[in-house]
Design a protein around this ligand. Structure first.
Ligand code: GAP
Length: 445
């Protein structure tokens, strides 16, 4: 795949045109950094969440699921350090009023506004807390302040013993959660890459001190492999080890899985060895004993935590960027999304070659039969090449065409979106044929 010019602009256009992602509140001029998922986007996002859940919860015996509330006791955020430290230093331009994180100002251009270019126009740096605040109940006063969670992790920490006892788990074990998080980012941007409302897919693995680095290495390997099974090219992924400046003071180790976006290598997921910091802090602030007693070894300790923290929206964006391609088929340009079948919003398009001679009836039956198993799309409008291309642009991996021969021998053609190969298949064998192809899918580089 060659590099594509203006990829982000083209992708944003495709997302709107095909119903993957829309700007929030568009008819009112939009709300900065907030997005809505359309019919195809919601399927893609749900498939990614299901795929993560299957890998992290369903197929494992040592991880349990949780769905904690977004609003939590305000003391949680004091204990976690978010009230005091979840800040970005920022500066304002006194002339054009733009706001920047200080790390966006180049040292050689200190004092100069990157937007309007005025010199000595920037204020001194001030710390800006990224948590959204609201009030619980009708009275808007300090005592009623609550925060919209900036990460899902804390909901897991405060529930560790509820889950452990209810699910009869023992250490080592993990808790996984998918849910919304909110951060009042100073500079959101790059489409859905950095937004103020987003979803995380987080897993916190509780381990015995001393075994933490072994588990850390294990989870690093598991997580990068997951992106491979998601169909993302491995050549576009790497690990970035946090420098001591980047790493939280309590973390014993921290690596990011980064993807090569059109705007540079950026974080997709963080894997952190958080030591026993979180549970020690919650123990201190809640006054509850959060140590674990191992009745086989008679040892008591505060568990260490290895965290895998992925952004769901960022993964959706990555799959779209990584899948996007343009090529020329029989002299005609096409845009195609090489999405892995497991996450593709529609698995197959069903097309009668012409709208007569009984072909629509046969195609409709195939469509209704397959629809019981996975999402399929029926299209009888326009030239067959145009119909294929509409499905290519939606990332649909297979196209099923009912033609003259179908009426003679009950076979249909199955067109492969990536290789463009056409195979004739008996229509009563279509379901296992497609299921097998989906299961055996391998991304073509
Ligand atoms: N509990 C750890 C934690 O929240 P993080 O590195 O701040 O760690 C984890 O966030 C992941 O959440 C990131 O790798 C990214 O995928 C996603 N994420 C963070 N901030 C985001 C934002 N403003 N917009 C979209 N995704 C974001």
């Amino acid at each position: 795949m060659a590099a594509i010019k203006n990829l982000m602009d083209k992708l944003v256009g495709l997302c709107k045109r095909r119903g993957f992602i829309f700007q929030s509140s568009e008819i009112y001029g939009g709300l900065n950094s907030c997005y809505d998922y359309g019919p195809l986007g919601v399927e893609l996002k749900r498939n990614i969440k299901d795929f993560w859940w299957k890998a992290m919860v369903q197929t494992r015996d040592d991880i349990e699921g949780l769905d904690a509330s977004i609003l939590m006791h305000p003391k949680v955020w004091e204990a976690s350090g978010h009230v005091a430290n979840f800040t970005d230093p920022m500066v304002d331009c006194k002339v054009c009023k733009a706001r920047f994180r200080t790390d966006e100002i180049k040292p050689e251009k200190a004092g100069q506004c990157p937007r309007c270019g005025n010199k000595d126009s920037l204020t001194d740096a001030r710390n800006f807390n990224l948590m959204f605040k609201t009030y619980m109940g009708p009275i808007e006063e300090q005592a009623n302040v609550v925060y919209m969670r900036p990460e899902t992790a804390q909901g897991i920490y405060v529930n560790v013993y509820n889950v452990m006892q209810a699910a009869r788990q023992r250490i080592p074990f993990g808790i996984a959660q998918i849910g919304k998080a909110f951060r009042n980012e100073i500079t959101p941007g790059n489409f859905t890459f950095r937004t103020r409302e987003f979803e995380q897919m987080e897993m916190q693995f509780f381990v015995k001190p001393g075994t933490d680095m072994e588990w850390f290495e294990y989870w690093k390997a598991q997580r990068i492999q997951w992106y491979d099974t998601l169909g993302i090219r491995q050549s576009k992924l790497h690990f970035h080890e946090h420098t001591p400046q980047e790493r939280a003071f309590y973390a014993a180790a921290a690596f990011d899985i980064e993807y090569e976006f059109p705007f540079g290598w950026k974080e997709l997921e963080g894997i952190h060895n958080r030591t026993n910091y979180d549970l020690t802090k919650h123990q201190e602030y809640s006054g509850k004993d959060l140590s674990y007693f191992d009745d086989t070894t008679r040892e008591k300790y505060v568990p260490y935590i290895v965290e895998t923290s992925a952004g769901c929206d960022r993964t959706v964006l990555t799959t779209l960027i990584d899948a996007y391609d343009e090529d020329v088929i029989e002299g005609e340009a096409r845009t195609v999304l090489h999405l892995a079948p497991v996450i593709a919003p529609i698995k197959a398009g069903v097309f009668p070659l012409v709208k007569k001679e009984g072909m629509p009836e046969v195609a409709e039956k195939i469509y209704h039969d397959l629809k019981k198993h996975f999402p399929v799309f029926y299209d009888d409008g326009g030239a067959i090449g145009r119909r294929y291309r509409r499905m290519d642009e939606a990332g649909t991996p297979y196209g099923i065409t009912v033609d003259g021969q179908t009426l003679q021998d009950q076979t249909v053609t199955v067109r492969d979106r990536d290789s463009l190969a056409q195979t004739r298949v008996a229509s009563d064998k279509l379901l296992p044929f497609i299921q097998e192809k989906m299961a055996g899918y391998k991304r073509m580089e």
